[in-house]
Ligand binder design. Structure first.
Ligand code: PLP
Length: 399
């Protein structure tokens, strides 16, 4: 037989779409249920005070879910605004055809970035008088008003005007003719730590401070300025945090940030993480598995090699601590999680084959593995788990 010549048999130039032609479910992938997002938004909105609006926070590619899908279904569920972290994320949403108001939650400080924001109809978050002046000049240059939100710091010590100077600076800002203040907001630092008494009082103090400032600058609904303070946790803690709008991320994706769970709130996780079995081998008793040989088999063991690793966003420090689901049954992951693969003990299964699909996150039958569990086991927070998933994992919408 002749040797195959790669360039003859599989000339990639002839397959300009070869990446698209590879099955999205070839290795490991994220499945997203848009309808779950829509339902969660509807349900969360039903808990809001009258006329309170819902901003869907879709930063970090919609918390790893795909910002395009999330935005579409959040809007179907009644979200009236969207929140992103960066200029690029905002421009991307506009390129998808999103028409709703978009607030950039991060800070833009160069004239160039503020112009780009203006031209793409994105609202920046403004934390200084200088940025306000730049926006006013941009508005003047284009003969228009530049829409933006002002942020005031009430205890997070991140972005925002200093609270003790805000009232005075607001007087100046009010006189700027080429800006339109669409919102005034602040951010809670500790609302999700609802078990700790300290953090509860921090959260209440932030609310009181915010209310006091609002009273001093004398804005109310007639000014058409939206007042907002709550993230998911703040929104769920109490209606006192609702004001004119809430900015909701985590709970819209189906996870409550609070330890104390409201029994009437049935959030539905929108994401599943699935992976193919790429190889199966059987090892004898007393054989070590993966880097460092930290796992040694205590019996003859059948191993499935799964095509997913820490380069896909599975935290390496979950090694040996998680299960994987196949047909409503748990199988333990064993040995160190490697960059691109991990091993699972499937000795007890006769069904799992090369090419079978196993479930790392999500539900199958009565078995569920949640990012909340991964977060606890890897000593981090669910937000970090969700936005660690890398581009290498295709996102597939399943409804
Ligand atoms: C990310 C973010 C939110 C959403 O927070 P969740 O806890 O995910 O609901 C709200 N506001 C700001 C300013 C944020 O950066």
């Amino acid at each position: 037989m002749q040797n195959r010549q790669t360039n003859q048999v599989f000339n990639l130039d002839k397959f300009p779409n070869f990446e698209k032609d590879i099955d999205l479910k070839q290795r490991a992938w994220i499945e997203v249920k848009g309808k779950a997002i829509e339902k969660n938004v509807r349900q969360l909105r039903s808990k809001l005070i009258k006329n309170c609006q819902f901003m869907a926070v879709v930063k970090a590619d919609g918390y790893g879910h795909d910002a395009k899908v999330v935005s579409e279904y959040a809007i179907k569920g009644g979200a009236s605004e969207l929140g992103v972290a960066t200029l690029k994320e905002g421009i991307k949403l506009r390129s998808f055809g999103v028409k709703k108001p978009i607030l950039i939650l991060g800070n833009l400080y160069t004239k160039r970035d503020l112009i780009i924001s203006f031209k793409n109809d994105l609202m920046p978050t403004i934390s200084t008088l200088r940025e306000c002046l730049v926006c006013n000049n941009i508005g003047k240059h284009f003969g228009m008003k530049f829409s933006l939100h002002l942020k005031v710091d009430t205890g997070m010590s991140r972005l925002g005007f200093e609270s003790n100077k805000f009232v005075q600076q607001f007087e100046k800002i009010k006189s700027f003719e080429n800006i339109s203040i669409k919102g005034i907001y602040s951010h809670l630092s500790s609302a999700d730590e609802d078990k700790a008494i300290d953090s509860q009082s921090i959260t209440q103090l932030q609310r009181l401070k915010f209310n006091k400032l609002l009273k001093q600058i004398n804005v109310d609904s007639r000014n058409q300025i939206k007042i907002h303070l709550a993230n998911s946790a703040g929104m769920l803690l109490s209606k006192d945090f609702h004001f004119h709008m809430v900015r909701v991320g985590l709970s819209m994706y189906g996870y409550s940030p609070l330890a104390k769970i409201d029994k009437n709130l049935l959030l539905k996780p929108a994401l599943s993480l699935k992976v193919k079995v790429a190889f199966i081998r059987t090892i004898d008793e007393g054989v070590s598995v993966s880097y460092g040989g930290k796992f040694v088999s205590s019996r003859k063991t059948k191993l499935a090699v799964l095509s997913i690793g820490y380069a896909d966003g599975v935290p390496r420090n979950l090694s040996g601590k998680i299960n994987v689901i196949y047909k409503n049954k748990f199988y333990p992951q064993v040995g160190s999680i490697t960059m691109d693969q991990m091993m699972v003990d499937i000795t007890d299964s006769n069904e799992i084959k090369v090419g079978s699909t196993m479930l790392l996150l999500g539900s199958d039958g009565d078995k569920t593995i949640s990012p909340l569990e991964w977060a606890r086991k890897s000593n981090t927070i669910p937000w970090e788990i969700l936005c660690s998933f890398k581009n290498r994992l295709p996102k597939v919408q399943v409804d």
